[in-house]
Design a protein around this ligand. Structure first.
Ligand code: BGC
Length: 918
């Protein structure tokens, strides 16, 4: 068959069994043996039990994703089949079928009760001064204050009838795991995930058809503290949402005879604590295997001495089915080495900085205690060195042996950011075989691949990928060890690279739901989402606002990045109101507030100030190297990079967000808004130019990052651009071709140079390996992206920072786009350009990108007298290919063609080889 459909998805998943969107989204991809293939029409018929609930009719359109269900209302718990027909421009026709199952669509579908075990409340850790924590370094935990995980046991009996289908719907206050009749249900981790719990708590849907039987059954739900009542973030505050663990589960069993039973958590449940003496996402987990519990989810287990539970009225309004890919163990591998350090301690070296845990095999005497302490670094000699500062960030798992022969331990209620583990108390000599390293992440599909002739760049891309997967655990986080927090700025910076590497559609859709829910009434977007109390004013933030420029701007940047990468207007539609309210917040702040010490302003300047965002605290160009040092003490102090750039950076983002909003308004046809925000943008640009740009195009501060931002966001008047560019280049050269940009400006550094005719300087920076530079870390053996450029000093001394922050990895996208040459010209790569920039330093490069239309490939190779490019263009797209360099002849699939260097060559789907002969 020459024309085929594949990757049929509903709400971004293949055959999902628990979606609760009332209008789910359909998508598919196509392959065709013939070139130049375009979809001309599609038709979807959705049915359940033979009854058609939607027939779209034949729709003459080339769209193959983001198709919104528009039939009669879908029903809770029902299975649907969607039958797809697609026609193409060659007259071919293809059919395929997908299915999906609805979860519980309405709060009234819940007939069971929330239950709370008999328990001591979690200790409410008070807030602690952030600066004291920074000073004190690592703050040890008082383990006596930790409470055990709770087990909720429920027994039920089913009639002697054949079971057709059974589902469990479950969630918890805390992190939970379900066992039925002695078996763990599903392979999900860290359920229910991390969301804005009071308004958005996910429940999971499990197929339990094979786990239950006629007659007696038992279920056990184990619940640990998790994000709900555990300790979070740098300051280790506990009880973000409450101080008591709770659970809810509803089982629905359909019998072959057509009858159905619905039941689950209620006052018949019993509870007790068990072997998990405590479980915390930051502190770690302690498991006492001498406390027998394995049989408690078996029907004949005697629970006579268990406690009763309390039925609670927490309601069902905030419950939503899990959306997108769940968290799982996505890879397992053996450690690279287990060695005895010079200090005589056992160290497991996994060989890779990552997020997850280890499974340990062990045999020894009852009561033996083994601890596993996780860190990202060892010192120069190979001794254990803990690289975190902060409070209660122990990352230590403890196991007390049962003494019953071979034992296996796998901490299920926590995860760590680490490469090394110090193992203490292990009976005998630990070997690699005793450990399996488990990588935990949201189960996202990898979509990007990059390779080239310089192995250092390949390692850099691998490092970026590892930092991405380590920080995509339910929400996008800053780092998987110290904070595990949804820092909005980090995502803002990294989103475009993330979308190249992995299919981020569902993941970011879910997180943006949280962002919308966390947005303040006045439009502020919090610095972290979910917005934990630990990060409210008075904690990490200076001042009283909830936001910072560059962080809150995720509200405009992320929807736009998603739309560009994936082409679905839904990303803009869903978020447009939030984008607008964010820009309005900035506009209001700029209009109504004046910076302290602004003195007597002339009328002209007073007017100008209305378009400059220059009040309150901001993180500025966070971690720009040259200003990350306290000028008074000489100490490295990240906060100083904020103080020294926060006067100018916010106005840059005011312009950027306003521009993105105006462009989004244009796409959505909100033409009044287009006018409104374009005129606002004009005013911001004028105000910026008048206040900060001098005659030569220079800014008041000689910092690379400020020039990058001002140039990127078109804040320098046209005639002054050459002056600004020369200054930027001069700053780079004075810095010996090393970058000096922070979180906010780094995504644009290489682009700004390239766009202004200085790709030579961009490549100098990329291939630089002296600190600060991307390849410095590679040279020093990095396996991930570091938070700070100088995390490991030249002499090999490791410093106390995170070694797993993806923000500086945003260069990944530039490498795909510039070295690979792939650039979307229409959203979702409907039309794209392949225009590689073969750096002098490289002889070949290859990228693959699995777009929403299918796989795009670009490979180039140069020799002394020619350059060869191979391109793959998926069905339903077109591409313009540019052959780099000034070639005398161009061969296209073996035949010489007339070729215009300015226009390139436009092609439809297919595989192409172009050779440029010099
Ligand atoms: C986090 C960052 C975050 C920053 C705010 C840090 O502690 O780890 O990645 O964006 O604070 O500046």
């Amino acid at each position: 068959m020459s024309f085929d459909l594949y990757d049929l998805t509903c709400d971004y998943l293949e055959s999902p069994i628990g979606i609760d969107s009332k209008n789910p989204l359909f998508a598919w991809k196509m392959v065709c043996e013939k070139s130049n293939t375009i979809q001309t029409a599609w038709k979807i018929q959705v049915s359940s039990d033979g009854v058609t609930v939607w027939d779209s009719g034949k729709v003459d359109d080339c769209q193959s994703f983001g198709i919104i269900y528009a039939g009669t209302p879908l029903e809770s718990g029902k299975c649907y089949i969607w039958h797809l027909q697609v026609w193409n421009n060659h007259g071919d026709f293809a059919v395929a079928e997908g299915c999906f199952e609805m979860a519980l669509l309405y709060p009234s579908d819940w007939v069971v009760k929330w239950v709370e075990p008999t328990q001591l409340p979690a200790y409410n850790e008070p807030s602690m001064d952030f600066h004291k924590i920074m000073k004190d370094g690592f703050v040890e935990l008082d383990k006596i204050k930790m409470q055990p995980a709770q087990m909720i046991r429920y027994t039920f009996s089913l009639p002697m009838k054949e079971i057709n289908r059974a589902r469990a719907y479950a969630t918890a206050h805390g992190i939970y795991q379900l066992d039925i009749n002695g078996d763990k249900i599903g392979d999900l981790e860290l359920t229910p995930g991390n969301t804005e719990y009071p308004v958005y708590l996910q429940y999971q849907v499990y197929d339990i058809t094979k786990n239950i039987i006629s007659g007696k059954n038992a279920l056990c739900m184990t619940v640990g503290d998790g994000w709900y009542c555990g300790k979070v973030g740098l300051v280790g505050r506990s009880c973000q949402y409450g101080d008591r663990i709770a659970g809810i589960f509803q089982l629905e069993v359909e019998f072959v005879d057509g009858t159905k039973q619905i039941f689950g958590s209620d006052d018949t449940c019993k509870s007790t604590d068990g072997p998990i003496r405590y479980a915390d996402l930051f502190v770690g987990q302690k498991y006492d295997a001498t406390i027998e519990c394995r049989a408690c989810s078996k029907p004949d287990f005697d629970d006579a001495d268990w406690n009763s539970v309390f039925v609670k009225d927490y309601g069902y309004d905030n419950l939503r089915a899990e959306f997108g890919e769940p968290v799982k163990v996505c890879e397992e591998f053996k450690p690279k080495a287990v060695y005895k350090s010079p200090r005589g301690e056992w160290i497991v070296d996994t060989g890779q900085i990552m997020a997850g845990r280890v499974r340990m095999r062990i045999k020894g005497e009852k009561g033996n205690v083994v601890t596993l302490e996780h860190t990202e670094t060892v010192d120069k000699e190979g001794n254990y060195l803990y690289n975190m500062f902060g409070r209660f960030i122990n990352q230590t798992d403890t196991y007390i042996l049962s003494g019953k022969g071979d034992e296996v331990y796998e901490p299920r209620f926590t995860f760590h950011g680490f490469r090394y583990i110090r193992v203490t108390g292990y009976p005998g000599i630990p070997t690699k075989d005793d450990f399996d390293v488990q990588v935990i992440q949201s189960d996202l599909v990898k979509t990007g691949e990059f390779s080239c002739s310089d192995e250092r760049l390949n390692q850099l891309q691998r490092n970026i990928f590892w930092s991405q997967r380590s920080n995509m655990i339910s929400i996008p986080t800053d780092c998987p060890q110290r904070e595990k927090a949804g820092w909005t700025g980090d995502v803002q910076v990294f989103a475009r690279t993330a979308c190249f590497n992995m299919d981020m559609r569902a993941f970011f859709t879910r997180w943006l739901r949280n962002v919308r829910l966390a947005q303040k009434d006045d439009g502020q977007i919090p610095i972290v989402v979910p917005y934990w109390k630990a990060y409210h004013p008075g904690g990490v933030l200076h001042g009283n606002t909830h936001t910072s420029s560059g962080w809150g701007d995720v509200a405009t940047v992320l929807p736009w990045a998603l739309y560009t990468a994936y082409g679905d207007k839904q990303f803009l539609l869903e978020n447009y109101e939030m984008m607008k309210r964010w820009v309005e917040y900035i506009r209001y702040t700029a209009r109504t507030e004046l910076p302290e010490n602004s003195g007597n302003l002339t009328d002209e300047r007073r007017e100008r100030m209305k378009y400059l965002w220059n009040t309150n605290f901001h993180f500025g160009d966070w971690l720009a190297p040259s200003v990350t040092v306290d000028p008074e003490t000489g100490d490295v102090s990240p906060i100083y990079s904020a103080f020294s750039t926060m006067d100018i950076v916010p106005s840059c983002f005011f312009a950027y967000s306003t521009q993105l909003l105006a462009t989004a308004a244009q796409e959505l046809g909100h033409y009044k808004d287009v006018e409104e925000y374009e005129s606002l943008l004009k005013n911001i640009k004028h105000a910026f130019a008048d206040e900060y740009v001098d005659e030569q195009g220079h800014l008041p501060k000689e910092l690379q990052g400020l020039y990058v931002l001002a140039l990127k966001f078109s804040l320098i008047p046209k005639e002054k651009i050459p002056g600004a560019v020369s200054k930027l280049v001069a700053l780079i050269e004075e810095n010996e071709n090393r970058l000096d940009t922070g979180f906010m400006s780094i995504p644009f550094l290489l682009d700004v140079l390239q766009d202004n005719g200085r790709i030579d300087v961009a490549y100098n920076l990329l291939f630089q390996d002296k600190c600060p530079s991307w390849l410095y870390a590679v040279k020093m053996g990095a396996t991930s992206i570091w938070e700070a450029w100088q995390a490991i000093l030249e002499d090999g001394t490791p410093t106390i920072v995170s070694y797993n922050h993806y923000a500086f990895g945003c260069v990944g996208e530039w490498m795909y786009r510039t070295i690979g040459g792939l650039k979307a010209m229409k959203p979702g790569y409907k039309h794209f350009v392949i225009s590689p920039n073969p750096a002098e330093q490289l002889t070949w490069a290859e990228i693959k990108y699995d777009s929403v239309h299918g796989s795009i490939g670009s490979m180039w190779k140069k020799s002394e007298d020619d350059i060869c490019i191979e391109v793959n263009v998926p069905v339903n797209t077109t591409a313009t290919i540019f052959v780099p360099g000034k070639n005398n002849r161009i061969l296209f699939n073996g035949k010489e063609i007339n070729y215009d260097y300015n226009k390139g060559i436009m092609v439809g789907s297919g595989a192409y080889t172009l050779i440029g002969k010099i």
